[in-house]
Write a new protein. Sequence first.
Length: 168
Amino acid sequence: MDDQLKRVLWRQSGAAVAMLENAVHRCPEDVWRGKGGDFFDFWYLASHTAFWLDYYLAESTESLAPPPPFDLEELDPTGALPPRVYTQAELLELLRYGRERCHAFIQFLTPETLDQDCGARRPGLTNLELLLYTMRHVQHHAAQLNLMLRQRIDSAPSWVGFTKARID
């Protein structure tokens, strides 16, 4: 696969992850916890986003094993919340893990794998579409979290145009 395309995909995917990471860094504790058990709490939206970043870019649904203390609650059809409020440090570690997963996924892309169906992770999408879908999902929730910060503390992180982390 063309190295330039890989660089562009990484710069923009990495930027979406950086936007999410910046929102997590900026969030004060009282905003982080929210009501402490709601799908619209800051911590939960950040956790949800980091989980699906990991899930969509895993080699397969069978190989998905988020690092502790995270588990697979997001896959529960009843909509179970995680057992506790995760800390910002824990979420930042999951985002680091997700960033590495994203980097590896892009490195994996070849002319042959680019257009292959991504399988059970998101049926009907190619691997390239899955990467773009994931980037859009991360950016969507990063924007939600930035809006929450703007509404609650009148401050939000700046736009990230591209990641500074290299893909070499």
